[in-house]
Design a protein around this ligand. Structure first.
Ligand code: GLN
Length: 481
């Protein structure tokens, strides 16, 4: 099979199904086929080909790619074409991936259903009335619908694992710092991490291999050697000690999810794993902690989108250039009143630009964050959240003295109906119950399919491992597959 044939097969699949699913914001058919041809030609000439060897990969629309619109599913970045590649995209190119196109997401990755996209909703391929999850809903749905074998998502509070669970595919959030954030449009910088989504554990290993590694251009990138995941994945684990967390089986857990996850745990036990009951006492504060820290970082990261420094500028108000010229003249003339008026006009322009081009959920996050960071509330909210975050990490550190890995549900229930949370942002936030802890603690975690509900919706099993133990996750996941 040539890379062209493979790429064409996925393009045909997209052609046939994506009008209904809506996983892609843009498909780059021509460029992809050209790339495939080049790889085929090089292979034919006996050249060494990268690890992805001409496999198509879909990329979430928040990883910069030279000349390719990178919108974050926001009107604010509708016309943004980065002049550079993110490290993830550069590594995909170097590994000889074929870049198929860009997948839909919640605006700026804020959300859990992909309905916050400014452009289109994405539907769950298993039931078009349901959400694929989010924010990497397009990335998970395209793999589930056979429209791409591999895709890249990002996970700030569960956005790789939750849609993977809802769509019945495999998704991994690597250790914070394992994959470079250079060129990843920031949501909450201390939590954001890109990672692989695919149909199998072996493919997850392959894609992780391609994108992992130290990057001096990201100051939080970990300077640790990258293991050979593709070789590690097939080595079974012996004497595995698996932690089962009592807080993961509390109120709100769907009974069908509960029984599928318990069956998975029994399957591990049958393979010789030792099951250890655990408690992560601070996990009940995880959602509250996350929804302080993530919006705080978001309000700071998104301050740049004012229509002047970055992003779409309002058309209704005076343009920046003329305001700036007037400002300069007023300054030279020492006219304080005129200066004041112009500054007010500038602020009006920023405000108007942001009002027009930023969606309601993103506005909500910016306001929550700005409030929690404001002088009178900083200690009570942001600082407190940082302290609880530390306690959540300590819970995991203590747990990992007793077990090698933690196993539980990825989400409390199967995929929700589209529109279910339209007027209920808090209900939406609760979808993140089991996923945000890994981000707060910086741990690697993975979701893999572990059955389905009676109505046929996929159920996800979640594994957590200590920092940098992605190989362990892959090996354990492979045992279950
Ligand atoms: N659902 C979470 C949120 O809305 C997680 C998003 C993410 O991981 N990008 O913030």
């Amino acid at each position: 099979l040539t890379s062209r044939e493979l790429t064409q097969a996925y393009l045909d699949q997209i052609e046939q199904h994506d009008a209904r699913v809506g996983a892609f914001l843009r498909v780059n058919a021509e460029a992809a086929l050209k790339q495939a041809d080049t790889i085929d030609r090089r292979r034919g000439a006996g050249e060494q080909i990268g690890v992805l060897g001409g496999l198509p990969v879909a990329v979430k629309d928040l990883l910069c790619q030279t000349g390719e619109p990178t919108t974050c599913a926001s009107r604010m970045l509708e016309d943004f074409r980065p002049p550079y590649d993110s490290t993830v995209v550069a590594k995909l190119k170097a590994a000889d991936a074929v870049l198929l196109g860009r997948t839909n997401m919640d605006e700026f990755a804020m959300g859990g259903s992909t309905e916050n996209s400014a452009f289109q909703p994405t539907r769950n391929p298993w039931d078009l009335e349901r959400s694929p999850g989010g924010s990497s809903g397009g990335a998970a749905a395209c793999v589930a619908a056979g429209m791409a074998p591999l895709s890249i998502g990002t996970d700030t509070g569960g956005s790789i694992r939750q849609p993977s669970a809802f769509c019945g595919v495999v998704g991994m959030k690597p250790t914070y710092g394992r994959v470079s954030r250079y060129g990843l449009v920031a949501f909450a910088s201390s939590l954001d991490q890109a990672g692989p989504i695919s149909g199998t554990v072996a493919d997850t290993a392959l894609l992780l291999q391609a994108i992992a590694g130290h990057d001096p251009r990201d100051s939080t990138s970990l300077n640790a050697p990258t293991p050979d995941y593709t070789a590690d994945v097939d080595k079974p684990l012996e004497g595995l000690r698996l932690g089962v967390v009592k807080e993961h089986f509390g109120e709100g857990l769907d009974p069908e999810v509960d029984s599928a996850v318990r069956a998975a745990i029994a399957a591990y036990e049958a393979q010789g794993a030792k099951i250890v009951e655990l408690s992560l006492p601070h996990s009940r504060f995880a959602v509250a902690t996350y929804y302080v820290i993530a919006p705080c970082e978001a309000s700071s990261n998104l301050a740049r989108y004012d229509g002047a420094h970055y992003g779409r500028r309002t058309e209704e108000r005076a343009m920046l250039a003329s305001l700036q010229a007037e400002r300069k003249a007023a300054q030279e003339a020492g006219d304080a009143d005129a200066l004041d008026n112009i500054d007010t006009a500038l602020v009006r322009m920023y405000r108007q630009s942001r009002s027009e081009a930023i969606g309601p959920e993103v506005k909500r996050r910016i306001m929550l964050g700005a409030y929690a960071l404001s002088a009178g509330y900083y200690d009570a909210y942001y600082l407190k959240a940082l302290k609880v975050r530390r306690l959540i990490r300590q819970d995991f550190d203590q747990a990992f003295e007793k077990v090698d890995m933690i196993v539980g549900p990825t989400t409390a229930g199967p995929a929700n109906k589209l529109g279910e949370f339209a007027d209920d942002p808090l209900g939406m936030y609760l979808l993140d119950l089991y996923t945000v802890s890994a981000n707060l603690a910086g741990l690697p975690a993975m979701s893999l399919p572990c059955g389905a509900t009676k109505s046929g919706m996929p159920i996800g099993l979640q594994l957590h491992a200590p920092p940098l133990e992605e190989s362990r996750l892959l090996r354990a996941a492979r045992m279950f597959e």
